[in-house]
Design a binder for this molecule. Structure first.
Ligand code: ZN
Length: 396
């Protein structure tokens, strides 16, 4: 018999699985309101005696939750996760996406790894985590709209930053297979509208072809990306060790024989360093406008290029030098490098001044896909980590 087969289930695993079942049952696709899941979480943490705060967005249809406990005069620890999930097309799933299903060692369902598995572990561990005489406070945070550009987290980060003694470290539970991730790229998503002048395509030299100019801008974006690849700056803790830039959506033209007067496209810039990202973005805009606008305007004074930020979130810097991290490090899981996907870690750092790392159950490889799942053993590992953390919080 293998060692794993002999291993006893963690005493709180069954409750983590049943909380996960309930959490997956809320269809919190980002387009929907998340008020039901927030009310459910609030009720749970209220009953445990935690102090809860709900932060609504301007629409009133979305909210964040902060559940707090422990002394107020020392820096505490944030455990944070988002409540929303990416859309699920049931036709491409082997089971109903919002109905958790266990098959073998895996639990299937939208959000199982990204990132309701983490929230389920926080719920299951909470009674034990908060029972000890806490030397520091815990802040359990649940945000809205992470998947559409980290829209909820800034309000949480600002709320925490305004506390008399803000938290000293945020642990973001994005799926990292329970490794410690100490860096994450930032992203700017930009929408570009190229306005030209159209007409019957047989007269094309008299027109400004918006699709052609869009393609020239995209070629410049792609050149820039190749330059990052050649010249850096590099950080080899990332699997893609440099910034990247690419167009991801495009729409233009109306008919085969009409010179298109409008073309819209979206591109993204993923950066290692967020400040450099905005400098680079402005340099790109300047270069494009200096190269193409005079040419376009020679034909039509109405031609132009509009740039609109779709969303952006900051890169998460290396927090391993921060004071609370260094105290906590002996009990943290092994390091797993840095990641190129987005998380709220950078938001906590930039908007809240709270050093952040990622540690969460499940693998990012299963996220955002049909048949998303989490290995049950990942929940166990997360619960074991919370055992150690709870113990440390009564000493540290
Ligand atoms: Zn996520």
């Amino acid at each position: 018999m293998s060692a794993s087969a002999q291993r006893q289930d963690h005493p709180r695993l069954a409750s983590a699985v049943s909380y996960l079942d309930e959490l997956i049952g809320f269809d919190t696709t980002s387009a929907n309101s998340n008020l039901d899941i927030i009310a459910y979480l609030k009720r749970y943490f209220d009953e445990l005696g935690m102090e809860t705060t709900v932060l609504y967005d301007t629409s009133g249809e979305k909210a964040n939750l902060i559940a707090r406990i422990g002394p107020k005069d020392v820096p505490g620890i944030v455990l944070s996760g988002h409540t929303d999930v990416v859309p699920a097309n049931p036709d491409r799933w082997s089971s109903a996406p919002f109905d958790m299903e266990q098959r073998g060692s895996r639990l299937y369902g939208r959000g199982s790894c990204d990132m309701k598995g983490f929230a389920a572990c926080v719920m299951a561990a909470a009674p034990a985590l908060i029972q000890g005489p806490l030397k520091r406070p815990f802040y359990f945070c649940f945000s809205h709209d992470e998947e559409v550009g980290c829209l909820g987290a800034p309000a949480i980060a600002k709320h925490l930053a305004e506390l008399e003694v803000p938290p000293g470290l945020a642990i973001i539970g994005e799926p990292s297979e329970m490794h410690l991730i100490n860096g994450q790229k930032g992203k700017i998503a930009m929408q570009v509208t190229v306005r030209g002048e159209g007409g019957h395509s047989s007269f094309s030299p008299q027109h400004v072809n918006a699709v052609e100019y869009a393609s020239r801008i995209i070629a410049m974006i792609s050149d820039r990306s190749r330059r990052y690849e050649r010249e850096g700056p590099f950080d080899h803790d990332f699997s893609v060790p440099h910034a990247t830039a690419l167009a991801t959506l495009i729409n233009g033209g109306v008919a085969t024989n009409v010179t298109p007067d409008t073309c819209e496209f979206v591109f993204e810039l993923r950066s290692i360093d967020q400040q450099a990202a905005w400098v680079d973005m402005q340099a790109l805009i300047d270069e494009v406008e200096a190269t193409l606008l005079p040419e376009m305007r020679q034909v039509s004074s109405a031609a132009g290029i509009e740039w609109q930020e779709r969303f952006s979130y900051p890169a998460m810097d290396d927090a391993t030098g921060s004071e609370l991290f260094q105290r906590l490090e002996p009990i943290l899981p092994p390091r797993g490098g840095k990641v190129s996907y987005g998380s709220e870690g950078g938001v906590f750092e930039i908007d809240g001044g709270i050093p952040s790392v990622i540690i969460g159950p499940g693998s990012i490889r299963q996220a955002h896909k049909p048949d998303e799942f989490i290995e049950i053993d990942q929940l166990t590992q997360c619960l074991e980590f919370f055992d150690t953390l709870g113990d440390w919080m009564t000493r540290g």
